[in-house]
Design a protein around this ligand. Structure first.
Ligand SMILES: [Ca+2]
Ligand SMILES: [Ca+2]
Ligand SMILES: [Ca+2]
Length: 497
């Protein structure tokens, strides 16, 4: 460092960065020499014989206007090599130092001979990643610096999954992640100017999947209770909800419980449709669709197995949604071993007196079934495994058939109008004829003995193609002492084809 000649009676003001008391004026020059930024100094006496030394970081060449008169002071500029701006833009010039008489101090973040080297900076985005197993995760690393830094990736603990890691233009992609890929990853930017890194936390959660889910199709009968469960596994908070036909809220009578089960209590036709269980967590959602088909039970046997074991009136629809309309019948849940018997009543179940009709079939009684139409009854018979109707005729000198005159006095009529002349489940004759226990061994029915005492024939008609009985016909009750009583039971069907 060289000093120009001092200028007495002057002072450079406005650029003093340090002031010190000194014993001798020469010491100020030493202080300026020590301070890297010192470009000039002012020195002058203090009243006590000491001297005051002011160091400035500029000089009168740069700021001539700041050189002012100051009695007793002297101004001492350094030979200012920096005034010719020998340093690069990104730097500050300091006089002294080196054989050139100046040095360049690069601005923060820059380095190199020309201060053109920029310190590398790495910044990952985002710096906290949450993903689900089996997905692909990409982390972006932004870097700056001159020359452009090279980017490397590493894992803080363990190593990158080599076969599943792809690094492209500095971005790291990990394919098909699993929970072992969780951890801290570091992006490092390196150049001749240095290196810096930026960490990122990756948390991989196990795949979001249903633990329980409803089947895609459920058949439920009216009056039945349905409970469909739906739950999903996740380490994250999971929300489960149900929607009906893509809408919420759920129809009346349908609800969910605390365990997210969908509950339909006493299903009715309006509850039928598409339900969707939606499970959601922070990362994704799952959908499970179930078509709930609500159906009216075909028979009382169906009611018994699926809905209720309490006897009473129920609506049934033997041929399902098609064909005949549903109808109400009485279900007997105790008869026939509790199989669920569909009973169809009619207007002729009472014991009915027959008297005064002598010619064959001259007594005629139409059977009118209560509730269902004949077509509906036929559908019931078609889907039932068994159907029967009990029939009894109490006779006093009143025959079904006269062997002597070859006359059929009594019969019943099938739905298609056929004349039926049997009174047993064997499709022929009477029950006593089947068991060989008739009063007259030569005859197949007790009544055919034409006995003046009261006798009877009874049995169950079971041939489904002949049921239900549509008409009763009797005769031989016109002569003195001749009469009879008929009793016809309900049509009863049970079991399912
Ligand atoms: Ca129907
Ligand atoms: Ca008779
Ligand atoms: Ca007679």
């Amino acid at each position: 460092m060289e000093f120009k000649n001092s200028i007495d009676g002057r002072r450079l003001e406005g650029h003093v960065f340090k002031g010190i008391g000194i014993t001798s004026p020469d010491v100020c020059e030493v202080n300026c020499f020590i301070e890297a930024d010192c470009m000039s100094f002012n020195v002058g006496p203090l009243p006590d014989g000491e001297h005051w030394c002011e160091l400035s970081d500029s000089d009168h060449v740069i700021h001539p206007e700041d050189l002012v008169y100051a009695s007793g002071m002297s101004y001492n500029p350094v030979v200012n090599v920096c005034s010719s701006s020998p340093c690069p833009v990104n730097s500050r010039c300091q006089t002294g130092f080196t054989t050139n008489g100046y040095r360049c101090v690069c601005a923060d973040g820059f380095s190199g001979h020309n201060c053109s080297e920029e310190f590398p900076l790495a910044q990952v985005f985002p710096d906290d990643i949450t993903a689900e197993e089996s997905s692909d995760v990409t982390i972006t690393c932004h870097v700056t610096g001159n020359p452009l830094p090279e980017i490397t990736w590493s894992k803080t603990e363990g190593s990158l999954p080599a076969s599943r890691s792809v690094i492209s233009r500095g971005n790291l992609t990990i394919l098909n992640v699993n929970t072992n890929d969780s951890g801290s990853y570091v992006c490092t930017a390196t150049s001749i100017a240095g290196s810096s890194s930026s960490p990122v936390q990756i948390q991989i959660y196990s795949a979001f999947k249903f633990i329980t889910r409803p089947p895609s199709f459920v058949l439920v009968y009216t009056g039945q209770t349905l409970n469909l469960s739906c739950s999903a596994s996740s380490h994250l908070n999971t929300t489960v909800m149900w929607v009906f036909n893509a809408n919420t809220p759920l129809p009346e009578g349908v609800s969910t419980d605390v365990s997210n089960n969908l509950i339909i209590v006493s299903a009715n036709i309006t509850h039928g449709g598409n339900y969707t269980c939606i499970a959601m967590n922070l990362l994704s959602s799952l959908h499970a669709h179930v078509n709930v088909h609500v159906k009216i039970p075909e028979t009382c046997s169906r009611v018994k197995t699926n809905i209720s074991d309490v006897s009473g009136d129920y609506v049934i629809d033997p041929d399902d949604e098609q064909g005949e309309a549903p109808f109400t019948v009485y279900c007997n849940m105790n008869d026939k071993g509790g199989i669920g018997v569909t009973a169809v009543s009619h207007d002729s179940e009472d014991r009915t007196h027959v008297i005064g009709f002598n010619p064959a079939g001259s007594y005629s009684r139409d059977i009118n079934y209560i509730g269902p139409s004949l077509s509906q009854i036929k559908e019931l018979i078609a889907v039932s495994l068994f159907c029967q109707q009990s029939i009894k005729y109490e006779c006093k000198d009143s025959m079904f058939y006269s062997h002597s005159s070859n006359t059929q006095y009594a019969w019943w009529v099938s739905p298609d109008g056929q004349k039926m002349t049997y009174w047993s489940e064997a499709n022929q004759g009477c029950t006593c004829g089947i068991t060989s226990s008739c009063l007259d061994p030569q005859k197949l029915c007790n009544c055919n003995k034409n006995d003046p005492d009261w006798q009877e024939d009874s049995g169950h008609l079971t041939n489904k193609t002949h049921l239900p009985v549509s008409q009763l016909r009797f005769g031989d009750t016109g002569d003195p002492g001749e009469e009879g009583y008929h009793t016809l039971g309900k049509l009863e069907c049970y079991g399912m084809n």
